[in-house]
Structures are given as structure tokens and as C-alpha cells.
Design a protein around this ligand. Sequence first.
Ligand SMILES: Cc1ncc(COP(=O)(O)O)c(C=O)c1O
Length: 415
Amino acid sequence: MSQPDQNDFEYSSEALLSVDLPSVAAARMHRLPPYLFGRINALKTALRRKGVDVIDLGMGNPSDPTPQPIVDKLREAAGKKQNQRYSVSQGIYNLRRELAYFYDQQWGVGLDPKTEIIATIGSKEGISHLCLATLGPGDVALTPTPSFPIHVYAPVIAGANVIGVSMMDGEEALLRRISDMCRTVSPQPKIVFLNFPHNPTAHTVEIGFFEEVVKLAKRFNFYVIHDFAYGLTTFDGYQAPSFLQAPGAKDVGVESLTMSKGYNMAGWRIGFVVGNPDMVNLLACIKGYYDYGIFQAVQIATVIALRHCEEDMRAQAQIYAQRRDTLCESLERAGWEVERPRATMFAWVKIPEPYREMGSIEFAMQCLQKAEVAVAPGRGFGEDGEGYLRFGLVENEERLRQAVRQLRRAFPVDG
Ligand SMILES: Cc1ncc(COP(=O)(O)O)c(C=O)c1O
């Protein structure tokens, strides 16, 4: 079993196991696939060892610093002995109250801090344990594809069956597919995952889409887990709607918001699950067994982030917008077909025609070998991602321009 570089693709940890598992492995470990990016990561490491300056756009790992007031508050709070004890697994009340205020300000959504908000150790932890609390063997979950891997493997680890529904033909087709699945699959799907703004495609929706989902959920009795990781990383005047803005959404689902992306707090491990009180309560119950809460100083610093750092958050989104412009303009000039996203920290780019046939994993390998640029192959997010690459906007504009120059030289495109 090869362990990928800790800083490589963010989905490494849930998909790193090869088929030859040791006998100590639990049966569920056999349901996790071989590590698709093993070869790419091994090559990246080898190139770096040789001193090659790989331009790494493969990850969604924010490279800019956490705003200073948050860091300062952490320093101060960490030194106080009352913050060094176990905290509460649901999150301290002040933090939950602050998030309720934040949701009201940002999206006009009212939340009860006592029953409708729980702090999580980042959204991956929250979503994973929520799946363990709501799904088990015999249950079915639907996940739009291509997908961020945890939306597939959290239900898998919980023992459920996961059915991918393609989102590549647009929202209406996705709604139709969800509805068809609910009519034809037995047992009927219990949980439907959503994730808009979307990783990896950067696709965004308007509130009308969530309204339709809520109608379907009520008609077919399923629950929704909306991963809103990029809800605060939006630009061009676009504000991503919260799932909870849709009338009746709280009856049928929850939303997961993270501090990782909007506030560059990925390493701090803090996020939230909010909405349906039954789901929040089930998550609180299972977390009560697993953890004692996030380091209290981190929770206190997060209050400062939510209360005082909106401008920093907006400035960071603007940085992504500028990087997006630089990357997309450079790729267009190089003859690549690109759609400009209005949210997330990614560009989802079609592999130019002459190179598409080799498949995205092979092409991503060649991007590394011949251009010294790391990108995420679309296939890594499921079959529907084939033919695409995901570029992370995690390097500065000069490095992005340089990356495209290197790609252009290695992979000329006519016209
Ligand atoms: C869609 C999506 N959800 C969740 C996460 C993980 O977020 P967190 O750091 O809060 O666990 C990511 C990280 O890349 C993501 O892209």
C-alpha cells in the first residue's frame, strides 16, 4: 500500500487503499477503490526530489494565509487554561449563536443555535458522521456525478449503496434523473447529496433549483445533504444561494458550511452542519461518542472570523476571480476551450481535442512529465469527469501564466 503525499489531492485519504489489503482490514475497506492518483502523485514526488519546480494546481488546498485577527485570537485563546480542556462536541454556544447571526445576515435564513446548528471538525468529518448517523446497509444514497469523493465514500463507509446521477446535462436533467431514480429504485433513495457551487465542475445554481429539490424531497420522502463548501467563494456579483433559503428546506435537509475555503482556515478543521433539527441531533448524538469537540481556542477564533472578517473573505474571493481571469484568458489564447466559473477555487477545463482520446489520467500524467504542471484529472471524480481537467486557482497569477506557457509548449493546439 503506497501512502500518497499528505499534501496531494484532497481525496487521497479516502481512496488510497489498493486491493491487496492486510487480513486485519474490515470488510468495509474492500468497498474503497484503489487509489486512482497513485501514479500521478508518485511522479510529482519524484520530480520534486529531482529539484523540478512543479506548478501544482492539482489541489483544492488554499495557499493564502488565514486573516490575521483570527490567528491573533487563536494565540490569545490558546494560552488560557479554560480553553485547554475538552470542549463540547456540538460546539460552544457563542459560536453557534454567531453562525446563526451570520446565516441571517448572508442569506436571510433563521437558525436556532440550540437545535439547528452543530460545529464539525471540517465538513468532511461532519458529512461522514452524518452519513453514519443516517445511512446503513440496505439504504440508498444518490450523488450527482462527477463528485467530490466524500459524497460517494461517506455513504459507502456507512454501508449504504450509492447511485451516481450525472449532472453533466444541466440542472433540469439532474432533477429529472433524481425523480426517475426515486420512482424506479427500490428501496427508494433516502439521502440525496448536493454541492453547489460544485467541486469539481464549479457549476452554480439559483434558488429555483433548490426549490424544485425540496418539492421532490417531500414527494419522494428523501433527505438532502447540501455541501456548501464554496458558498462564500463567489464572484462577479454572484451570491450562491443557501439550500435553506428554499421554503420547507429545513423539513428535508441540512447544509454543511466550512471555514476552510472562504477564510483560508483549511488546516484549522472547523465547519458546521445546519438545518433539519432531527439530522443535526442525530449527528450530535454520534459525535458525542466519537469526539469531545474542536479545540476551544479554534472555536473562539472562528467567532472572530464570522463577526469581523467578512471583508477578508470577500477579498480572498476577489483573488480567486483574478486568478480565474488570468488562467482562463491564458488557456483561451493557447486554444483551449474554457468556461469561466463564477464561484469556487477551480476551473473545469475540457482537454483539447487532439489529446482527449488518451484519457484524463494519462493526460494529467503527461502534463506533469512534459510541462511540469500538476492538475487533477476529471476521471478522478468519476466516469462523468472523463475528458476534463480541474485546475486549482491556488498559485499566484504569474505562476498561472507560466503554467499555461509550459502547457502550450508541450501540447500545441491548432487554430
Ligand atoms: C466540496 C467540498 N466539500 C468539502 C471539502 C472539505 O472541506 P473541509 O476542509 O471543511 O473538510 C472540500 C475540500 O476540498 C470540498 O471541495
